[in-house]
Ligand binder design. Structure first.
Ligand code: ZN
Length: 324
């Protein structure tokens, strides 16, 4: 996104389509049908959400995630917190986890050094977090040759004031970073916390229920985003889903990907998904929360598309998750 792009709304019949103009070029609407659905997978909090407490789980989860991704031939962009890389003798082991992702073809991106919350920091402090978050990742990716550099804000907190948001967007652009959006929020961290809670009491029946509830929730979120994009853009757009490198996905990813395939989705890289003209829509929405880009675009363009049926994780899952 650049400041020279101007987002406009083109009214086509009763359907609103959003596109952008740059150098007087119009972007043609691309129709997509269920047979040509596309989604990019993104994983946050690498090497593993809870690395310092559970290095053994990190090894198992990384192996399981990569094993499940392989047969689906799904390109992956994965966001690293280099502050999680351990020190001393264990540092090489934690970097080896990242190397496994790179060897499997993943593009590594920057998720700040310490998973910093921009809401509580100055622009200068957040800039330091970004710079400290890149040396190992850059080194690992250099061996792969030219690559797109992606950045994802922790909690997708993109700036709680317009000044902060614009300042960090400029900072990132100057360093050739592309901000990674997401259109489907899996809320997997809530289900993962619930899974950890029931596992602590060795309740495998509840673990199965949590995992089923997660898979069903992603199904509902996906159907919701399909409907919303048809209303916002007059078509279904290429989607981006935000997942985490956690135990939940290490146990469910194969079935999650199968369900996308059954809905006609092809897995594409984040770069390919973002070639969809929808992603040229400007995000000028300022918030302390971390909503999907669909909500940001809706707010930025003052659209009236209903989000009333945007699903939330079931109450019982939230209750179990909070028993940690
Ligand atoms: Zn994160």
């Amino acid at each position: 996104m650049t400041s020279t792009n101007t987002a406009v709304i083109v009214s086509i019949g009763c359907v609103l389509a959003v596109s952008s103009f740059s150098a007087r070029q119009t972007i043609p609407l691309q129709e997509s049908s269920p047979s040509s659905r596309a989604i990019a997978l993104t994983f946050d909090d690498l090497p593993y959400v809870d690395l310092s407490k559970n290095p053994g789980s990190a090894q198992r989860a990384t192996a399981a995630l990569l094993r499940m991704l392989a047969p689906h031939r799904a390109p992956v962009t994965a966001f690293v917190n280099e502050g999680k890389l351990q020190t001393g003798a264990e540092r090489a082991e934690s970097i080896a986890l990242l190397q496994q992702w790179v060897d499997a073809g993943a593009i590594l991106g920057n998720h700040t050094h310490s998973h910093a919350d921009f809401n509580g920091l100055t622009v200068r402090q957040f800039e330091e977090e970004i710079l400290r978050g890149e040396p190992v990742t850059r080194q690992l990716m250099q061996a792969r040759g030219p690559h797109q550099r992606f950045f994802r804000h922790p909690y997708t907190h993109t700036g709680d004031t317009a000044e902060k948001k614009q300042a960090i967007e400029r900072f990132l652009a100057e360093r050739s970073y592309t901000i990674a959006p997401h259109t489907i929020d899996s809320h997997d961290f809530i289900f993962n916390a619930a899974l950890a809670a029931v596992r602590r009491r060795a309740d495998e029946a509840s673990a199965r229920r949590v995992k089923d509830a997660y898979l069903d929730f992603v199904d509902r979120s996906t159907r919701f985003t399909e409907r919303v994009t048809r209303e916002m853009f007059g078509r279904e757009i290429a989607h981006t889903i935000l997942l985490h490198a956690n135990d939940l996905n290490a146990e469910t990813l194969d079935e999650l990907l199968r369900r996308f395939e059954r809905r006609g989705y092809a897995f594409v890289s984040l770069e390919a998904a973002m070639r969809d003209s929808a992603y040229r829509t400007l995000d000028t929405y300022v918030t302390t929360a971390g909503p999907t880009w669909l909500w940001r675009w809706r707010q930025s363009l003052d659209m009236t598309v209903s989000f009333r049926d945007d699903p939330e994780p079931p109450e019982w899952v939230r209750a179990v998750a909070s028993t940690q």
